[in-house]
Design a protein around this ligand. Structure first.
Ligand SMILES: Cc1cc2nc3c(=O)[nH]c(=O)nc-3n(C[C@H](O)[C@H](O)[C@H](O)COP(=O)(O)OP(=O)(O)OC[C@H]3O[C@@H](n4cnc5c(N)ncnc54)[C@H](O)[C@@H]3O)c2cc1C
Length: 479
């Protein structure tokens, strides 16, 4: 925005600015060497854009002072959690400063009586889940990256995971935020109570804003009681159609805590990690988790058995024999994304959503897409909420494959919108979908969103080059 890409990108900072940054955070918390900057130049997309410097603030005041300095010098600023984002949100595409949240990583409060937690943005999601579990509480949002991504990154992307089918996504747990605006001012949004309707809901606006509106520095999260019992079931199916059709049947009668599916290629990728061999005819796999009271889980499992007995294409229904076996199944599912690089060195990972009833059509379409573009394309994902991960595998050094992959992505997005879906359920727009956002969002709505961006960040310094369509030819995209 605002011509950042028409001027030379900010690859270096003048010594006076560096001195002032060092004075704000302390010299030990400013990184300027090429080696250090390289560690903050990438994210889950595999693309790289080096910032001119990386700062590691240790307090709200420091973040505020950094933003005042950035405003004074029109410096691009990119907030960064763990850099696991899949849409390029944490990439310093315009150079400038990366603000790393790794020192702001305290769990400030866990309040069992009011079922809430207050945390800094750099807390690792799984660490928070482990900590609240010690109080008998549960923080459900469970991106597959939970062992290394941050709560701040989750809020900025509105991350979700397998448990969304029953428990919803990050936004359903964010009660309130403290954030620093581009100007350096500190704002407080939301409440510490279950209800609260005073003023506009800025908490929801900031949740999923991909670091473009404000820097989140404190998060108040709603927690729920930890379900005492869980059971994991695996359901090998003879065809992908049988598996995806079963999803709708299951959801008519049950609300599993997770309901995931893997297609035949996805199964091949993780087969060595599965606890038991699958029947030879398996072409799709459903994984379910049930949770609740011990009695309730047993009753649900029995009822599922009745529902699924004799359904066409069901090869088996297996109940994991132990928590260790269940964990092995879910670990295999979580390993799928990284393990896919066995197929090709690069991956375009799309996380489209369609109405649940249209999943079979979408999956059929991706199979056709793979044939048409002669690329390995496999799908897996959160069948329970229609959020399907479509993975287009390619070699980016191969020009023809790059072209085919771009064409496949465009065709996929057109089909998803035709089916009544949305382009992203979890990963956000970032740079990888900014050329496509106008396909989904109509011009007046997009213009309003850009006006909101200007209201928060009039100079356009906060995470520039993200979400909105490229302003100039040559702006960074998904390469
Ligand atoms: C193997 C793997 C599996 C994944 N599985 C899932 C999944 O199941 N579900 C899912 O939703 N995602 C998934 N992701 C994507 C990614 O983990 C999530 O988007 C996660 O929320 C990013 O968190 P992060 O801390 O890495 O943020 P980063 O990648 O560092 O940043 C992501 C965005 O958040 C912004 N940001 C970060 N911190 C702040 C802050 N404090 N204030 C303002 N903006 C901020 C950044 O500017 C950027 O735009 C996966 C990624 C990988 C690599």
């Amino acid at each position: 925005m605002h011509g950042l890409f028409t001027t030379e990108r900010r690859k270096t900072l003048n010594p006076a600015i560096l001195d002032r940054l060092a004075a704000i955070v302390g010299p030990a918390h400013l990184a300027t060497s090429p080696e250090e900057r390289a560690c903050y130049a990438y994210d889950g997309t595999g693309q790289e854009f080096s910032p001119a410097a990386v700062v590691f603030p240790g307090s709200t005041e420091e973040v505020s002072d950094i933003m005042r300095l950035a405003s004074e010098h029109r410096l691009p600023v990119v907030p960064r959690g763990a850099g696991t984002g899949m849409s390029g949100g944490a990439l310093a595409v315009a150079g400038g400063l990366v603000i790393a949240m790794s020192r702001l990583n305290r769990i400030i409060e866990i309040d069992p009586m009011n079922q809430l937690a207050v945390v800094e943005p750099g807390v690792i999601t799984a660490d928070l889940q482990g900590e609240v579990a010690r109080h008998g509480l549960f923080y459900p949002p469970d991106p597959a990256s939970s062992k290394f991504c941050t709560v701040g990154g989750n809020v900025a992307e509105c991350a979700g995971g397998p448990s969304a089918v029953k428990y919803g996504v990050t936004r359903d747990y964010v009660l309130g935020l403290t954030a620093v605006l581009a100007s350096g001012e500190v704002i407080h949004t939301g409440v510490r109570t279950t209800k609260g309707v005073v003023g506009y809901d800025l908490t929801r606006l900031l949740t999923g804003s991909e670091g473009t509106l404000a820097i989140i520095i404190q998060i108040t999260l709603r927690l729920v009681p930890k379900p005492p019992a869980r059971a994991t079931l695996s359901l090998p199916c003879a065809t992908i159609e049988a598996a995806t059709t079963l999803v709708a049947r299951i959801l008519q009668r049950h609300t599993p805590a997770m309901l995931e599916y893997l297609d035949a290629t996805a199964i091949d990728i993780v087969r060595p990690l599965l606890p038991q061999a699958l029947p030879e005819e398996t072409r799709a796999l459903l994984l379910l988790e049930l949770d609740g009271s011990a009695q309730g889980v047993t009753a649900q499992a029995a009822s599922l058995r009745d529902l699924l007995a004799g359904q066409p294409g069901v090869l088996d229904l297996r109940l994991a024999a132990s928590p260790a076996e269940a964990e092995q199944l879910w670990a295999a599912r979580r390993a799928l994304s990284p393990a896919a690089f066995n197929l090709r060195p690069h991956k375009q990972s799309e996380d489209v959503v369609v109405p649940k009833s249209r999943i079979p059509e979408l999956v059929g379409f991706t199979e056709e897409l793979a044939r048409r573009h002669r690329l390995p394309i496999f799908t897996f994902g959160h069948a329970g909420d229609g959020n399907i991960h479509v993975n287009i595998m390619l070699d980016r050094d191969h020009p023809q494959e790059r072209e085919e992959a771009q064409a496949a992505k465009a065709a996929l997005f057109a089909e998803v919108l035709r089916l009544g879906g949305t382009l992203s359920g979890e990963h956000g727009v970032g740079i990888t979908k900014r050329s496509f956002i106008a396909l989904e969002i109509d011009p007046p709505t997009l213009a309003l969103m850009q006006a909101v961006k200007r209201a928060f960040d009039p100079l356009g310094i906060l995470n520039p080059g993200k979400i909105f369509p490229p302003a100039a030819p040559g702006d960074p995209e998904n390469h």
